[in-house]
Design a protein. Structure first.
Length: 880
């Protein structure tokens, strides 16, 4: 007994010494709200012999009994160790707050993050995997179940010495000594940071003057005492201060303490939906609520299971809707009506869960199903159903879903009997929707003839002779291979519902298959004034049919209308210049719009037609259509349309990837349409970014047909960027030759010939010298002629044997121009008598010069007065 009496005294003394000693890692001075320094508070042990006291002030206290706590097992200890982690984090956060490293609001926020219990469970999990009170009660009844070891939470109790300090703090607060009370609370927090008492007192202290700080202290106190029943009040206070996120966390804590309080779920879901834009907040709330509701909450389960079902269907969350109905069926089956069964059966059919649908109908309705003894391969969706009895008085919706489920499970013979009975007792005027559901189920299985048995009464009825029913009727005839009857049904669909564009496309295909292109095109015609929006897919199909029918005017018109969805319409030829001035889509559109504004024209088209975005042709299909339009316009010689098509495509963002191809087509359209002005704008951008022979040839073609001299300035600017030898120098020299400045041309040709000798440059030098010799007032004509003939000789040598016919012909022309007719006749006759080379024979229509040589000989003989010889050469070489 003596030892027992001494142990509490010894323990109390050690505890007192330990608590009075200040830890080394704690800063002694704490900055409080009024920036005063926290004074050290000492707890002294009073000597009974020297103390002045009144014995009436004290009351007897019970002796504290100390019991040994036995160690239960290793698992329990592990749980305690795991529990220390979040508590240690709270301790660290509190220390940081006291040291001034964290503000009060930051401390509350971090504790919220560490203790937030807004769960993210798997809402797609089946109902059996979600813990409910039913399951827990059932499991508790089983004796062989291993007992669950609960975690032992650390008790947040103040040590005995600090009870007195908290009492003094409360007494100071009551006396109005606010700063002293605050300092005492801070000292308790410093030594026992996990105790909620000082935070509660601080919340009361700041309640009048600083309500927001009071709220933050209350939140910390509530977090340290999770079983606090004031979470709902804290949530409302947080809302008053506009802290919605904090309010949501408080409501979550309140739900943990009162998991069946429906108002808490709805309020939190409303806040999450309005302020956090969480569209699935109600789904999460109702899902969690249903997990806590039991059979005793039957009406509530029914209400919120239906709400969860409808919300989940809106968000296309079929598994959650399935779980909601399973909650209803398992917890309160006696309250389930045919309405809920119909909703659940419809969901099961939608998700292809046909066996479960049939099981539900058998369990909750008078439907009877018998299965055979034949085993079915596991994993298959087929069952050996031998009998199914459906009462005649069963609701028609449930009857329909039972038939559809049986059909999907392969019970075809039973379904035929049930459908026959269904048609006998159910009037199509009253149950047309159910007729259509069964017919569509037959169509999904490819049973079109059996579907027609249900569709025929519908199309002949007064109530259900609708476009949608006739559409199914037509599809069944197509499936049966009877296109004539299908066309008749589609025509009725077209008459009853002109907006059914899909039906018009299918009807057009049927007419096309029969070779009736005129009818096929007429079916796809859309009136832009009677329809709000045009369908791009229908217009695209019509364009293809117009091309096959060779109705090219309508073809180009509708194709350009199709392109107008994403491109600008070219109004005048002047706008071609605006489009050609840039190399990217965005810049072209901006320049064109700016030019329209400068002319006072509307930027957009006055009667711009609108298109629906569904089922429009792909980018590849539309670009192939543009290519087809270009080829067709070129073949028909409609070069104006060719130019309009290419420049329209250049304004489309959809064809940005094919920009280079379209620029080349636009240049060709300018060349074909003799529009050198717009053509030069296009080719200028091409040669700036590329340096290939073909591009210089295209520039040369444009220059030859140019009606202005813009190309001269462009070439002069580009010459400084080129190497010593380039085709641009040749083009510049050619331009000088054509303009009559022969000396400039000769200087450029000679410089280029020295750098890179070629037959072309030798020929050009000879031609330049020849033109200078033929001038009226030129001096030293003989020297110019000799030099010209010398370069012609060099040209013939560089050209080689393979191109001998060409060099002889050009030499003959030089002699002809100089008036040396015998020499000219000699070279012309060489062209006629010598066998052409293999190169000339391979491209005879392009390279053979015998006709030209014969014609020049004919001119010489006519000039010399010998028409007989002239006729002979014409008849031998030129007569067709």
């Amino acid at each position: 007994m003596d030892q027992v009496k001494e142990s509490p005294k010894k323990v109390d003394q050690e505890s007192s010494e330990k608590t009075l000693a200040e830890p080394d890692n704690i800063v002694p001075n704490i900055i409080v709200a009024d920036s005063s320094v926290l004074q050290t508070i000492e707890l002294e042990e009073i000597d009974a012999t020297s103390a002045n006291y009144n014995s009436n002030e004290f009351v007897p206290a019970e002796i504290i009994k100390i019991y040994e706590v036995p160690v239960e097992n290793e698992v329990d200890v592990c749980y305690e160790t795991a529990e220390e982690t979040p508590l240690a984090q709270e301790n660290i956060l509190t220390r940081q707050f006291l040291d001034g490293e964290l503000s009060l609001s930051d401390l509350a926020e971090k504790i919220d993050q560490n203790t937030q219990a807004d769960e993210e469970i798997d809402y797609n999990a089946p109902v059996e995997s979600v813990p409910t009170e039913i399951n827990e009660s059932k499991n508790s009844e089983k004796k062989d179940v291993k007992p669950v070891i609960k975690r032992r939470h650390e008790r947040r109790v103040l040590p005995q010495p600090y009870h007195g300090l908290m009492g003094q703090a409360n007494e100071c607060f009551a006396k109005g000594q606010i700063q002293t009370a605050i300092q005492m609370c801070m000292e308790v927090i410093r030594n026992v940071p996990k105790a909620p008492n000082p935070y509660q007192t601080l919340a009361q202290i700041y309640e009048q003057n600083e309500p927001e700080k009071s709220l933050q202290f209350s939140l910390i106190a509530a977090h340290l005492n999770p079983k606090n029943d004031l979470w709902e009040d804290l949530a409302k206070s947080s809302l008053n201060f506009g802290n919605v996120k904090q309010a949501i966390i408080c409501y979550t804590k309140a739900i943990e303490n009162d998991p069946k309080n429906i108002e808490l779920y709805e309020t939190r879901a409303q806040l999450q939906s309005e302020f956090l834009n969480d569209q699935k907040a109600k789904i999460k709330a109702y899902s969690k609520l249903l997990n806590y509701l039991g059979p005793e909450d039957g009406p509530t389960v029914m209400k919120y299971a239906k709400l969860l079902f409808h919300e989940s269907i809106k968000e296309n969350l079929n598994q959650i809707a399935f779980n909601a109905m399973e909650h209803m069926l398992k917890k309160c089956p006696e309250l389930v009506t045919y309405e809920e069964l119909n909703l659940f059966a419809e969901l099961l059919l939608l998700t292809k869960n046909f066996s479960r649908c049939l099981d539900v109908l058998v369990e909750f309705t008078p439907v009877t199903v018998e299965y055979g003894s034949i085993e079915v391969a596991p994993g298959t969706n087929r069952f050996n159903i031998t009998l199914c009895m459906i009462p005649d008085d069963l609701a028609v919706d449930l009857k329909t879903k039972c038939i559809v489920a049986l059909l999907e499970l392969g019970a075809s013979e039973i379904v035929d009997e049930l459908v026959a009975r269904f048609r006998e007792i159910e009037n199509v005027e009253d149950c047309g929707d159910q007729y259509l559901d069964i017919a569509e189920a037959f169509m999904d299985k490819g049973e079109f003839e059996r579907a027609l048995l249900l569709l025929e009464p519908m199309v002949n009825s007064e109530t259900y002779s609708l476009a949608a029913v006739w559409l199914r009727h037509a599809e069944c005839w197509v499936g049966c291979g009877d296109n004539d009857r299908a066309i008749k049904s589609y025509e009725i669909v077209r008459k009853l519902g002109p907006q059914h564009l899909g039906a018009r496309i299918e009807l057009s295909k049927l007419y096309k298959a029969k070779g009736q292109f005129k009818n096929a095109i007429a079916v796809l015609e859309q009136d832009p004034y009677s329809q709000d929006k045009l369908d791009a897919s229908v217009l695209y199909e019509r364009v293809k049919l117009l091309y096959k029918a060779k109705r090219y005017d309508e073809y180009f018109r509708d194709a350009l209308l199709l392109l107008s969805r994403h491109s600008l319409t070219v109004r005048t030829k002047m706008e071609l210049t605006s489009i050609a001035r840039s190399t990217n889509h965005k810049a072209r559109v901006e320049i064109l719009q700016r030019d329209r504004l400068s002319r006072g024209e509307p930027v957009e088209e006055p009667e711009q037609l609108e298109f629906c975005n569904a089922n429009e042709p792909s980018e590849k299909e539309e670009f192939l259509l543009v290519m087809q339009m270009c080829k067709t316009a070129c073949r028909l010689g409609k070069y104006g349309i060719l130019q309009r098509v290419t420049f329209t495509a250049l304004t489309s963002k959809r064809f940005s990837a094919e920009n280079d191809h379209l620029m080349y087509l636009a240049l060709l359209s300018c060349i074909r349409n003799a529009d050198s002005y717009s053509g030069f704008n296009v080719v200028r951008e091409i040669v700036r970014s590329r340096n290939r022979n073909q591009h210089w040839n295209l520039l040369n073609i444009i220059i030859q047909k140019a009606e202005d001299s813009r190309h001269n300035r462009f070439m002069m600017r580009q010459l400084g960027k080129e190497d010593a030898f380039s085709y641009l120098h040749i083009l510049h020299a050619n331009n000088c030759l054509v303009s009559g400045t022969y000396k400039y041309a000769l200087n450029d040709y000679i410089s280029l010939f020295k750098t890179n000798p070629s037959s072309l440059l030798a020929l050009l030098i000879a031609v330049t010298l020849l033109q200078m010799a033929c001038q009226k007032f030129s001096g030293k004509k003989n020297q110019l002629v000799v030099q010209s003939l010398g370069f012609m000789k060099t040209y013939m040598e560089l050209r080689g044997k393979e191109c001998e016919q060409e060099s002889n012909y050009n030499m003959g022309r030089v002699m002809h121009q100089l008036g040396l007719l015998p020499s000219a006749m000699h070279f012309y006759k060489l062209v006629l008598t010598k066998q052409p080379s293999e190169l000339v024979k391979s491209r005879e229509s392009l390279l053979d010069l015998r006709k030209e040589a014969a014609f020049n000989l004919h001119l010489i003989y006519m000039q010399s007065g010998n028409p007989e010889m002239a006729r002979m050469y014409l008849e031998d070489y030129i007569t067709i």
